[in-house]
Design a protein around this ligand. Structure first.
Ligand SMILES: *Cc1c(COP(=O)(O)O)cnc(C)c1O
Length: 400
């Protein structure tokens, strides 16, 4: 048992075995230890001099900021899962997004970014990227191969997210990746929703696959983490950028992510089932205008989801028929099992109001009613439905 997972294994097996090199530490415990380190000492001046150029290697320990064996175990497991040359962990999902932009874009460059990306990602484009002279065009997520017409001579990066944040629009990822490759443009995708268990971006030609590991990888709402996986052609540039930004992940957080990974598949299967059960129930409610969930057969993105994805997580949204703010508050504030808070991907259910009308520019939002985003956790779905049903009663009593 060396932890050198052979190729050809199924993802569920990779989750159990990758990143567990028993020969790398003395105890032969099942799990790698948390290696906390800033300074790493060397035996000789010659060893020290030889170390610096090796920093870019995926598992070479030179200084704590560049990672310890705990980080390398996680990176290795993520790389195996993604089918990537190598992977990196970053201090947050947003940090992984920022590294991606700064690795491939500089003054005078142009980026194409899906209109439906995670809102803080948009803020990075209109803020940081604009300040350093990068122009961003937000594109309609339904563009497909039509992305080719938006590519300019100075377009260096296309950033995708499928399904989209808050409203869950699908994208034709393979078509966009193909159009980009044909023109030498790098593609990156935020794959937090599907994880590489349900969608494998690198297999359809995307260059960089990233996740907010904070969500399903960590899986227990107790650590912040980002992951980036990429091809040999792009790895060094990305790692160098992460070093230049000074990013470092705490080894305890890397260890929590590695622990979370072991159960990712069984948790996601349950999120998938329970999420769909709650989504179907919501779709039949008279108070609900529409449910945004690409795994529902009536969803506009269903055909793409079915073609490219093998599952869904527990995150989706729904639009209420127009009601007062007070009625929405009566529904949400009284929920007992859905916590009101940012993030998702933990074992627990969450609810959050969403406002795509404040964000979208390529495709102005056409909804009329308030939108709620749900994260369906690992609780019994019948109990979650009963909690929502009581919420709808409060909504009606409040005049909604
Ligand atoms: C939460 C989230 C992020 C950011 O992750 P953090 O770890 O919170 O920085 C990025 N993308 C998506 C889709 C997210 O949901």
């Amino acid at each position: 048992m060396t932890g050198k997972v052979k190729s050809g294994l199924q993802p569920d097996t990779i989750l159990g075995h990758a990143g567990r090199d028993l020969t790398a530490h003395g105890g032969r415990a099942i799990n790698p230890p948390v290696v906390r380190a800033s300074t790493i000492v060397f035996d000789s001046l010659a060893d020290w001099a030889a170390a610096a150029p090796r920093r870019m290697e995926p598992d070479f320990v030179q200084y704590g900021r560049f990672g310890t064996p705990t980080h390398f175990a996680l990176n290795d497991a993520i790389a195996k899962l993604e089918g990537a040359h190598a992977a990196l962990c970053l201090p947050s999902g947003l940090a992984a997004i920022v590294v991606t932009y700064l690795a491939f874009l500089g003054p005078g460059d142009h980026a194409l970014v899906a209109d439906t990306v995670y809102a803080p990602n948009r803020n990075t484009c209109t803020g940081l990227l604009a300040r350093i002279g990068v122009e961003t065009t937000f594109y309609d997520p339904s563009v497909g191969a039509g992305i080719a017409e938006l590519i300019r001579p100075n377009t260096k990066l296309i950033f995708l997210e499928a399904p989209g944040s808050l409203t869950f629009e699908m994208q034709d990822v393979p078509a966009i990746a193909e159009a980009a490759r044909a023109r030498g443009v790098v593609t990156a995708i935020d794959n937090t929703w599907a994880t590489p268990l349900y969608f494998r971006p690198l297999e359809v030609g995307v260059d960089v696959s990233l996740m907010a590991g904070t969500k399903y990888v960590v899986g227990h709402s107790d650590a912040m983490l980002g992951t980036l996986a990429t091809t040999e052609a792009h790895y060094e540039r990305i790692k160098k950028t992460s070093h230049e930004l000074g990013y470092a992940v705490g080894p305890d957080d890397a260890w929590l992510a590695l622990r979370g990974l072991r159960t990712l598949s069984v948790r996601l299967a349950r999120h998938h089932e329970s999420g769909l059960e709650v989504a179907r129930w919501l779709a039949a409610r008279p108070e609900v205008a529409r449910v945004f969930h690409p795994a529902l057969p009536g969803d506009p993105g269903h055909a793409l989801w079915k073609r490219d994805f093998s599952g869904a997580c527990g995150l989706f949204g729904f639009e209420l028929k127009p009601v007062s703010e007070a009625a929405v508050a009566a529904l949400v504030d009284g929920l007992e099992l859905f916590g009101l808070g940012a993030s998702w991907g933990g074992y627990e259910s969450l609810v959050l109001p969403a406002h795509p009308e404040k964000l979208r520019t390529a495709v102005p939002w056409d909804g009329k009613g308030p939108i709620l985003r749900l994260h369906v956790g690992l609780e019994d779905p019948g109990d979650l439905i009963a909690d929502l049903e009581a919420g709808f009663e409060r909504l009606r009593a409040a005049g909604g």
